[in-house]
Design a protein around this ligand. Structure first.
Ligand code: NIG
Length: 742
């Protein structure tokens, strides 16, 4: 599923109102700028039509999303789509609930089998994608519509827009889930989502069956792996159905056990009114839960019987002029001289091809004519002709602070006028300004902001990105940020590595020593227990080691505790002052250290010895007019250098192609070095270079298709990456495709 054209970022919390209240809604675009309606133009009212966009009948609280769409044809399309989905839902549910349906006797029904239904649903997903492509048009229509309605004093305008956009986001999220999650992942995800709606006591009971659900989900995934290549579709279909039925009956049994347990625990013989009310509420929640499980069954069916299941390969990109593998011998990281060149397949007359299997993994690559003799085109879902184009690995961004609310454009002005980063920090701005806004924002608002940024990150060619917490500082808000990252991870078509960065600044009215104790005694143990219970995933631990923030001993203690809890060390060091934190990090066996503008020669040598990756962030040096990190010395000493965008409210850059250009110009890297740093080495900084960062057999099919004669154009054409990147492919799915200009 591709991301749409720019979705305005809305506070989902603000969107949850009925369309016809009299309250003046508050609608914010990205970073809390009020929507500007000055440029609106009038349209005639007879084109307006009301249509419900609640495509998947998701849980929206107070009864769906009626939205106003100006275009009658679009309204009709949405209605047809919704009706098709409803019909599909009913058919699949009926089949799964009442058991295998005799296909012969049901020949009059619109859908003959689950397979037909899932094919319809696959078509609907494609329709959704087409709608997305048209999305920019919708937005314009809606903006025009707003003016008309404004003049007519119709219900609050921003509310209708908010509802429409939210509904689209919800549908797209659902569609993405169909596309990018395995069935088992989806079971786990939906179950956890459902459990999250229960009270803490009930959640505790559910936890006991959590393991069972996870095992079942794994079993389902295994089953689908086996069922990939059905020789006899009808027999296989029946088998799939009955296996699904058994698996879900088992889940239902577990839920029933939960119900009994609940009553044993809470169903006292004599009940007060409040107890009865509590039970009613519980009953309602259980119903909700069961409904969710029904939804899971439906989604299972889509996944299991999608026509695509029967084909062996997802994608063939053929006839490319160059395939830039970056490395070709299974290297996990490139340092020193080996950063100076990249492995490229080029020169064959018919070009080169890469084949991605059903699981999203590169099955083969090489000369197009050789692959043509080895594989049958009929076995491939999607064939892309890349004649004249180049293929490179998806980019990896090793350092971002992408979860935040409240922009800092005013601080940019202050810095241009001469204020330093630390001047602003000491005045209570900088990180503290963002902390205030991020703590005040709801989880939904932050998620919505993050999803929008992820869309931009993905469209700029990144397929794997690190995202930090660190604008919460207190436990509650740090966990909120980590949850947002986790939720995004499940719906976006790119991989996320998440980092706990509670020691990003010293909370106001606290000393660094007190904050360190709080992190050691409260934050890390709590986060570790959430990770153990499967409620969070946290990959790395980070500290901002700097004068006026955390000193070297405090940083060491926090990093060590994180490491002991199973997190990889990946921290901010030597940015503004030389504290010898690089030496400390190397001693702790840090995976990566970021910034390093002030690193000492001894620090560089220590990092080379320990194999710690240096994550250079040229946007920071550029924005803050700092002395750039000594990348040439690092490479000369054998340190592996990676790149990150450092996207944050201080350095607002999401695009790794821009970062690579800055790395070449400001950090004096060559273009191959910049590409190595933004692919295999960045993946290694995140501990994931076994599957990311190069185009090699057995790795994820994360690829960029470049509309350029040679790959270097991606770096050379500063700011033109949206034109140069013709497609972004994540695990074999095209998640972004540039509309060709004629
Ligand atoms: N230096 C510390 N942290 C961030 C900046 C965070 C902020 O200014 O909000 C960085 O990596 O550049």
């Amino acid at each position: 599923m591709a991301f749409s054209d720019p979705l305005p970022v809305l506070s989902l919390h603000d969107c949850c109102f009925s369309p016809y209240t009299n309250e003046t809604p508050v609608l914010y675009q990205d970073d809390h700028q009020r929507v500007n309606k000055d440029h609106l133009t009038p349209r005639s009212q007879d084109q307006i039509e009301i249509v419900c966009l609640d495509l998947f009948e998701s849980d929206h609280g107070d009864g769906g999303r009626d939205v106003i769409v100006i275009d009658k044809q679009l309204a009709a399309e949405i209605r047809t789509l919704r009706n098709k989905i409803k019909k599909a839902v009913r058919t699949v549910d009926q089949e799964l609930i009442t058991g295998p349906v005799d296909i012969e006797k049901n020949h009059t029904s619109e859908f003959f089998s689950l397979r037909d239904v899932s094919q319809q649903c696959a078509a609907l997903c494609a329709d959704l994608e087409n709608m997305q492509a048209d999305y920019w048009k919708w937005k314009v229509l809606l903006i025009e519509d707003c003016k008309t309605l404004d003049e007519l004093r119709q219900p609050p305008l921003s509310q209708q827009r908010a509802d429409l956009f939210l509904a689209i986001i919800v549908s797209l999220k659902e569609a993405m889930q169909y596309r990018h999650r395995t069935a088992g992942e989806f079971v786990k995800y939906s179950f956890h989502k459902a459990v999250a709606t229960l009270s803490p006591e009930r959640q505790k009971l559910m936890k006991e069956i959590n393991g069972e659900i996870n095992r079942l989900a794994d079993k389902i995934d295994k089953y689908f792996q086996l069922a990939k290549y059905p020789h006899n579709p009808i027999v296989m279909k029946r088998e799939i159905k009955s296996d699904l039925k058994t698996a879900f009956e088992s889940i239902m049994d577990k839920l029933a056990a939960f119900r009994e347990k609940f009553f044993a625990e809470f169903g006292k013989a004599s009940k007060s009114m409040s107890e009865v009310r509590e039970e009613e509420e519980e009953m309602y929640q259980r119903k909700e839960l069961e409904l969710k499980v029904c939804q899971i069954r439906l989604q299972q069916a889509f996944l299991s019987e999608s026509g695509k299941m029967s084909r062996k390969y997802k994608l063939l990109v053929e006839h490319a002029r160059q395939i830039v593998q970056v490395c070709a011998c299974g290297e996990r990281v490139l340092s020193g001289n080996s950063m100076k060149s990249v492995a490229v397949l080029e020169g064959a007359e018919g070009g080169y091809s890469v084949l991605v299997d059903r699981a999203g993994i590169i099955a083969d690559l090489g000369k197009s004519d050789e692959l043509a003799t080895k594989y049958n085109r009929e076995d491939v879902d999607n064939i892309i002709d890349a004649t004249g184009k180049c293929v490179i690995p998806g980019l990896v961004d090793a350092h971002t602070h992408a979860v935040w609310a409240g922009d800092r454009v005013h601080e940019f002005a202050m810095k241009l006028a001469g204020a330093t980063y630390m001047d602003i920090h000491r005045m209570g701005g900088g990180i503290h300004y963002t902390v205030n806004h991020t703590c005040a924002a709801s989880e939904e608002t932050l998620l919505s902001l993050l999803l929008n940024r992820m869309r931009q990150i993905s469209q700029s060619g990144t397929t794997f990105v690190e995202v930090k917490s660190g604008y919460g500082l207190n436990l509650e808000n740090e966990v909120k940020m980590l949850r947002v990252i986790d939720r995004a991870r499940k719906v976006v078509p790119l991989e996320i590595s998440s980092t706990y960065c509670g020691a990003h600044a010293v909370p106001k009215q606290t000393t660094a020593a007190e904050a360190t104790q709080d992190i050691l005694q409260t934050h890390i143990p709590h986060i570790t227990s959430l990770v153990r219970e499967g409620q969070l995933r946290v990959d790395n631990i980070d500290v901002f080691c700097e004068v006026g923030v955390f000193d070297v001993p405090q940083t060491r203690a926090i990093l060590q505790a994180g490491k002991d809890a199973g997190m990889q060390i990946n921290f901010h060091g030597e940015e503004l002052n030389q504290l010898r934190s690089a030496e400390m990090g190397a001693e702790l066996g840090a995976h990566a250290i970021s910034h390093l503008e002030e690193v000492s020669p001894e620090g560089i040598a220590a990092m080379a010895r320990s194999g710690t990756v240096a994550v250079a962030l040229p946007t920071t040096a550029y924005m803050l007019r700092l002395r750039p990190p000594p990348v040439r010395d690092m490479i000369a000493e054998g340190v592996a250098v990676a790149l990150g965008s450092d996207f944050n409210p201080n350095a607002h850059c999401l695009a790794m192609p821009v970062v690579m250009n800055l790395a070449c110009v400001i950090l004096h890297m060559s273009m191959p070095e910049a590409l190595v740093a933004a692919t295999i080495n960045a993946a290694h900084a995140l501990g994931q270079s076994a599957m990311h960062g190069s185009v090699e057999k057995g790795k994820w099919g994360n690829l960029l298709l470049l509309n350029a004669p040679t790959w270097e154009h991606l770096i050379y054409q500063l700011g033109c990456h949206n034109d140069v990147i013709s497609a972004v492919i994540f695990k074999g799915d095209v998640v972004h495709q540039r509309t060709e200009q004629h």
